[in-house]
Ligand binder design. Sequence first.
Ligand SMILES: [Zn+2]
Length: 213
Amino acid sequence: MPAVPDDILDYTTSCALPTPWAQFTLHAFVEHATGKEHLAMVLGDISNGEPVLARVHSECLTGDVLFSQRCDCGAQLEGALRRIAAEGRGVLLYLRQEGRGIGLVNKIRAYRLQEAGADTVEANLQLGFHADQRNYGLVKPMLEHFKVRALRLMTNNPRKIDALEKLGFSVTERVPLIVNRNAFNTGYLDTKAAKLGHMMTPVEEAVAEDGEL
Ligand SMILES: [Zn+2]
């Protein structure tokens, strides 16, 4: 029997988590190397082999909790949970890698540089970081815990799809999450599209197949 290659975190415990949209089950994991606590919100039977509607969401305290309009994270988090609730089945992984992996204080430093004219990528580089420091390796043992192999992934980020496919998951569909473009984040979203390859163009509504409009 091969050694466990992904022994980088442990499943710890679970509880019911009622939200405005559905009652999820909240699962807690602890990462060995850092002690960071990562979460999975699960609805329905996701272990039955059918592709699972999924969101891999990286922590954004300012956007997820403090209602910041500098980014689209809070709206993406809510939008993903609403969509999972509407389908009655899915998983949201909440990874504690704040600020594309640079941490909260450094993200605030980066915001300050952006107020002086840098864009989000330039600010990270000026602080000595890569444009995106996130590591999706955690996703593998978390999803394997639930026996999930195929995803319908809610994301605008093609690099996230590539990362998950390299980890061995099948991404059978990309579900766009284009929400909360506003006067404060339009430059940020444009930079993510231009420099990080995010797909920010809304998908046109499918024309009614029966020809009736
Ligand atoms: Zn954010």
